[in-house]
Design a binder for this molecule. Sequence first.
Ligand code: MEV
Length: 311
Amino acid sequence: MEIGTGKSYAKIILLGEHAVVYGEPAIALPVKSVGLSARVTPQPDGRQTVTSSFFTGNLNAGQLTNFAGIAMLIRRLLIFFNAKNQGFHLTITSALPSERGMGSSAATAVAVVRAFYDAFQTSLSHDTLLNWAAVSEKALHGNPSGLDAATASAERPQWFVRGKAPRSIMMPRNGVLLIADTGVAGQTKIAVGAVADRLKQNPKMYRPLIKDIGDTVRQAALALAQDDIITLGQLFNRDQADLSALGVSSPDLDRLINVAIDNGAYGAKLTGSGMGGCMIALAASDQAVAITTALKAANAAKVWEYHFESK
Ligand code: MEV
């Protein structure tokens, strides 16, 4: 084993969360300015230690709290590399808030897999990377579509359908995406489980919402092809209405979404699994300052600006 490094990005789902679990398409982008890196260093004493903003401890001493999915992933990687008892120190440095819909767990998995493959000097295909990331994502989220890891590992915005190879999709040529954190944790497993329960209990009511989200995403692809940011904003609002009817919005998300719309956004919605976490708003670039100021005044814990023209 050598020193190994790996990186990944925050993911932002533009449209299609939740319905993507049931086979509908989604559109998501990696936010390269909000990144995560993993660095693994061999240790001769056999200790398997981790330092990160959300977990610090000794894996082979059984200190797994908040890290069980990633710990399992690391154990499987070590078995794969025939290095079960190899000592190492893993450092994870992340600009992503966890449990906020920005894909922190998937980004951690992607960077960790890349770092271990680098440490064992083994080439890694994108398919293999996504299969490994699914190990911890399944442990953490139950039924992940794979969208989060596909986006956290991508260099370009993604059109994603579960079980198919993701492909790149063009973004608007200008405008801004504002990403605002409610400051409230939202747990993917709980939100995905709540949607699954509703679909099981009342398919007549909830199935059409999933289908409408899929139609919204397909229309968004057309709007993107025509660089029609105003229609895209309206589709954000339609997606949000469906997600809200699915029960995964929250008063904090609704409040920030309304603030963005009242201050001139073309459209706004939750992003990720919801029930907390982040919202996104699409706007003309010259509205960015006013909307950001208003979101902060409405108690957003943090606001990121993603300018399409500079990408
Ligand atoms: C979570 O970031 C996105 C969801 O669609 C779940 C998934 O795709 O696995 C809610």
